[in-house]
Design a protein around this ligand. Structure first.
Ligand code: FES
Length: 517
């Protein structure tokens, strides 16, 4: 929202602070401003699930009225107070440049996109239903907590006891204020505890080894649902399902059970801290690999995790020479549902072990998935440079909607680079996550991203997923460019310590304050 014309994060702004001041939300925009920004976001594919988008629109449009020059670095800096988990930032920066007049519109800006073809492509990439209609950009993605009936009872978060594995639900309260007062508060914080790699490497003579750590999927909308008694609960998957992160969210069943018990509608909403402590994580791995493609993959598994059979099956399918072992570790639940969990790391490792060494700072991978999606990724740039360039080519059958496929390609690059470079969460001695804010997850900001060029090849075959091949190829190319170190992430050891990241002096102080809040 804007407060007296300046962008502010509404969710951390108490109402008392805006008493007597002018507050503008997206709904208060004039039609021409709204149309211009929606057209820019549609043209570049800057919105996928759409949860982050209205806030980003307000932030970027506020630059027009600011007293600083509007530049691409200013746009990237303004985005530091936000998180988009879907799009990989570049398409958002491009949309901002178009709407703010930094780049000329091209013919593709004005080309009509067919939202049905966009949704079809998104569903292949997601893989869950996703609307690509313009109203998603304005907040119309259909998020569960937006559609909750007025007057519903509220169950906020989970009451976490001394034993996190046996957490209990707080009973629903009459409204949000009462729910907040009645719920034990978990203080969001960033730790300085080093990241752990909890799964021991398998014994053996290996050509290459890799250990990974706990990674938070970091979907932007925390788990939410609501239900009438004796009725199906609202889906927490919203517009896309967060790349598998919320596929097994418990909140819809909780909303239904609480509504049945209360005989009234109940709204269930997790806080960010609940998501980090209780939601599924990407499983930490350890693998040893020989040059002939055989080896051992150890998958960390905690008590309370769902069955990892899907991960076993997928790894056996893409890497039949691997032996899979599960290792019992202590920590939050892990899941095979998250994008490429386990099998993407294995495929990247198979590619790297079969590839010649490259110049420092460079890497190249060409990956074809069994279903037919193919991607090449080439990373170039001087050693130590923070602004490398990355060239991606994608083959995914019939393109359907190029803007959507490009957006998913950029998003896959962002997620994969984050996994290799910087993402992870620290746990305490009892296996409880202690990095509880979005800032502490190590997610790459817009300014941390290399310039990515994308070329999509058209062919007349049936459309297949392309962004998973991009994800795997980026993992492999980035790992090669880092010199094939045996642990990910490669550029972070503690809760917040980044090496070679952006200078914070480039970030407006107000953005830093809001981000910290
Ligand atoms: Fe940004 Fe989904 S579009 S979080």
């Amino acid at each position: 929202m804007w407060v007296d014309g300046a962008a502010r994060v509404s969710c951390v702004t108490p109402v008392r602070r805006v008493a007597g001041r002018s507050v503008t939300t997206l709904e208060g925009w004039a039609d021409d401003r709204r149309d211009r920004w929606v057209a820019a976001f549609m043209a570049t594919g800057a919105s996928q699930c759409g949860f982050c988008t209205p806030g980003i629109l307000m932030r970027l449009a506020a630059l027009e009225a600011g007293d600083r020059p509007v530049t691409r670095p200013a746009i990237e800096a303004a985005l530091r107070a936000h998180l988009c988990r879907c799009t990989g930032w570049q398409s958002i920066v491009e949309a901002g440049c178009r709407a703010l007049g930094l780049t000329e519109p091209t013919t593709s800006d004005t080309a009509e996109r067919d939202p049905l073809l966009g949704s079809w492509r998104a569903q292949i990439e997601g893989p869950a239903f996703q609307s690509s209609r313009p109203d998603v950009i304005l907040g119309g993605g259909g998020f569960a907590d937006d559609s909750c009936p007025a007057g519903a009872l509220v169950q906020l978060g989970a009451t976490v006891g001394a034993d996190d594995a046996n957490h209990t639900l707080a009973p629903p309260a009459r409204d949000m204020r009462a729910a907040k007062e009645g719920t034990g508060r978990i203080q969001g914080r960033n730790s300085t505890i080093p990241l752990a790699h909890p799964v021991p490497l398998p014994e053996g003579e290996w050509a290459i080894t890799l250990q990974t750590t706990w990674v938070e999927p970091a979907y932007v909308e925390p788990d939410a649902s609501w239900s009438y008694p004796d009725a199906p609960p609202a889906s927490s998957l919203a517009n896309g399902g967060a790349f598998g992160g919320k596929r097994r969210s418990p909140v819809p069943a909780q909303a239904r059970a609480l509504a049945d018990e209360a005989g009234a509608p109940v709204r269930v909403l997790w806080r960010r801290e609940d998501v980090v402590r209780l939601g599924p994580k990407r499983p930490p791995l350890a693998l040893g690999l020989r040059t002939d493609g055989t080896g051992i993959l150890r998958v960390g598994r905690t008590a309370g995790s769902p069955d990892l059979q899907a991960l076993h099956e997928r790894v056996r399918y893409v890497a039949p020479g691997m032996t899979i072992e599960e290792a019992d570790i202590t920590g939050p639940p892990v899941s095979a549902d998250l994008r490429g969990a386990g099998w993407a790391e294995i495929l990247a490792a198979l590619h790297v072990v079969a590839s010649p060494f490259t110049e420092p700072g460079t890497g190249r991978a060409d990956v074809t998935l069994p279903e037919g999606g193919r991607a090449t990724v080439a990373i170039a740039g001087a050693t130590g440079s923070d602004r490398r360039t990355l060239a991606v080519e994608v083959w995914a059958g019939e393109i359907l909607d190029e803007v959507t496929l490009r957006s998913y390609t950029l998003g896959a690059v962002h997620q994969a680079l984050g996994l290799v470079w910087s993402e992870g969460i620290a746990l305490d001695d009892h296996g409880v996550p202690v990095d509880l804010t979005i800032r502490s997850f190590g997610i790459l900001a817009a300014r941390d991203m290399p310039e990515v060029t994308v070329r999509i090849h058209q062919d007349d075959t049936w459309p297949v997923n392309g962004s998973d091949a991009v994800f795997v190829a980026t993992l492999a190319a980035a790992w090669m460019a880092e010199g094939r170190p045996p642990r990910w992430p490669t550029r972070r050891t503690g809760g917040r310590a980044h090496e070679g990241t952006v200078p914070t002096s480039a970030v407006p102080p107000s953005a830093v304050r809001e981000e910290q809040a």
